[in-house]
Design a protein around this ligand. Structure first.
Ligand SMILES: NC(=O)C1=CN([C@@H]2O[C@H](COP(=O)(O)OP(=O)(O)OC[C@H]3O[C@@H](n4cnc5c(N)ncnc54)[C@H](OP(=O)(O)O)[C@@H]3O)[C@@H](O)[C@H]2O)C=CC1
Ligand SMILES: CC(C)(CO)C(=O)C(=O)O
Length: 298
């Protein structure tokens, strides 16, 4: 299968590496410089500290993406999607898979004319080391679901997944993304503001109180049907990633923009539309926006 991957960041490089083991992959980067680096060096993967055999993929700047591949995977950050969506709307001809965290981007996907639109939820941990090397630190799975159209191609990807990089096909895209949204809504802002690793949120009894209250508020706003199940999932992820720094913690530490708008921003909007009071969501949203503001030096 011919697969186009948009974005040469941590996830774009990770997916390009693994999917190229069984498919013909083209990666579309923001800059010509990164495309040149990938074409020159190939793609490198470091797994468990061990450098794997490099693979060859074709790289080109995004302007050269024509939307003709059998599948396009969009691996930019949620806040980078708004700038790209017009180009996607015009050029995308075939199925397209969006891998962003959060739920704020879902409204953009309804505007796409292409017949098959898929969404994914990534449980891997990856960090880009340089323009052509990615570290695969957290070995997990990729869950996918149909947002619009038929599941045929997702089934093919799932069946054909390379070893060590499994895909699962979920039946309900909303449930899949909301599960991840709950995890990111509680763990990400709390770890970024308290400056702790994920596990501290459940091991420190004082932080655990806030953790539970923030979960309760998210569950209330989302009107979750089975709260206990979502809470158990949140606890499991927190335990499994106890030693990790969340992506929001790292974004704040490195002075980068965060995905808070797609995460608590989405919940805040939802709470307003439902006329539900959500003081914790509001305050943690403001804390993270404040940290982003500091970065801008204003
Ligand atoms: N990293 C992880 O372990 C996980 C990430 N995710 C989710 O995956 C998504 C991607 O995250 P991640 O890969 O970490 O983010 P990165 O910031 O590492 O990568 C985003 C990439 O998109 C590129 N980009 C931005 N705009 C464009 C454009 N218009 N055309 C082409 N490329 C563009 C950026 O280019 P440039 O570098 O040149 O600016 C960057 O390389 C996020 O929503 C994240 O939440 C989910 C779970 C785990
Ligand atoms: C699951 C979790 C919380 C792992 O750190 C994550 O997705 C993130 O950091 O964005």
């Amino acid at each position: 299968m011919k697969i186009g991957i948009i974005g040469g960041g941590s996830i774009g490089l990770l997916f390009s590496y693994y999917l190229s083991l069984r498919n013909e992959v083209s990666i579309y980067t923001r800059t010509q410089d990164q495309a040149d680096l990938i074409n020159e060096h190939g793609l490198h993967l470091v797994k468990g500290g061990i450098e794997q055999a490099p693979v060859l993929v074709t790289a080109a700047p995004i302007q050269e993406w024509s939307g003709n591949e059998d599948l396009t995977v969009v691996a930019v950050k949620q806040y980078q999607l708004a700038d790209l969506i017009t180009e996607i709307k015009v050029k995308a001809k075939g199925p397209i898979l969006f891998l962003q965290n959060g739920y704020g981007h879902i409204k953009l996907l309804s505007e796409l004319a292409t017949t098959e639109v898929y969404v994914g939820s990534i449980e891997h941990g990856a960090v880009r080391e340089n323009g052509y090397t990615v570290q695969h630190n957290g070995i997990g799975v990729t869950r996918t679901a149909v947002f619009k159209g038929e599941a045929g191609l997702l089934r093919e990807i799932t069946t054909n997944a390379p070893s060590g990089f499994p895909f699962f096909l979920e039946s309900d895209f909303k449930e899949m993304l909301i599960k991840k949204l709950v995890v990111n809504s509680v763990i990400n802002p709390l770890t970024a503001i308290l400056k702790v690793k994920n596990g501290e949120l459940i091991h420190n009894p004082f932080f655990f109180e806030i953790f539970k209250q923030l979960f309760q508020e998210c569950a209330h706003v989302l009107e979750l049907p089975n709260q206990e199940q979502y809470f158990q999932n949140l606890m499991t992820v927190c335990e499994k990633t106890a030693n990790n720094h969340s992506s929001m913690y790292k974004d704040i530490e490195n002075g980068r923009q965060t995905e808070i708008d797609a995460i608590l921003g989405y919940l805040l909007e939802l709470s307003r539309s439902k006329n539900i009071k959500a003081p914790l969501i509001h305050n943690y949203y403001q804390c993270i926006k404040g940290k982003e503001h500091e970065r801008e030096g204003a």
